[in-house]
Design a protein around this ligand. Structure first.
Ligand code: PRP
Ligand code: MN
Ligand code: MG
Length: 181
């Protein structure tokens, strides 16, 4: 594999900070969902790492499902027109759903997902996003749990990719502009 260090300008959030935050959020979620059956819905592929560590930080029993969506259009960023590549295997009826995402950037993906989930009869639908970029928001997303608010930079690692690369980096880091310009 190529030398990753030269492709990164700055580590924004370390693995240690991420894992500590996941423990904190998991403790809060455990309290908020006490006595309820919780279904975690991970959004492929970026949320894989968050889901793996967050679900194991939760003390109680949970079920997990996955959804794969892709936004298409002319730009490289999310267009807000989202296509389902893989739907849930689970019927959401009467379920307490917590959508697990790696990042809210423009907000278009989650905004679309929340609208899509609204008609599926869930008892509740909330969102946990590890990262959020307030300065990149194009639409407001009601997100109950946020890990870290970060500046509007192109970040990779801990599930986040550029052209499918860098997802396996342990930290969240800013990608050097020379990589994508
Ligand atoms: C990324 C990220 C979020 C979404 C956030 O997914 O994982 O799902 O973009 O962007 P938005 O708020 O502007 O919609 P991407 O579409 O790159 O797919 P991936 O998870 O497979 O990398
Ligand atoms: Mn994603
Ligand atoms: Mg991506």
């Amino acid at each position: 594999a190529a030398d990753v260090q030269s492709e990164i300008t700055e580590v924004l959030v370390t693995e240690e900070q991420i894992l500590a935050k996941l423990e904190e959020v998991a403790a809060q979620v455990a309290v908020d969902y006490a006595g309820k059956e919780l279904l975690l819905v991970g959004v492929l592929k970026g949320a894989v790492m968050v889901m793996a560590d967050f679900s194991r930080a939760l003390p109680g029993e949970v079920t997990m499902d996955w959804m794969a969506v892709s936004s298409y259009g002319t730009g490289t960023r999310s267009s807000g027109v989202v296509q389902i590549r893989k739907d849930l295997d689970t019927d959401l009826h009467d379920k307490h759903v917590l959508i697990v995402e790696d990042i809210i950037d423009s907000g278009l993906t989650l905004s679309w997902l929340l609208t899509n989930f609204a008609s599926r009869g869930a008892a509740s639908v909330e969102v946990f996003a590890l990262l959020r970029k307030p300065d990149a928001a194009k639409v407001h997303v009601d997100c109950r749990y946020v890990g870290f608010e970060i500046p509007n930079e192109f970040v990779v690692g801990y599930g986040l990719d550029y052209a499918e690369k860098y997802r396996n980096l342990r930290d969240v880091a800013i990608l050097a502009p020379h990589v994508y310009s």
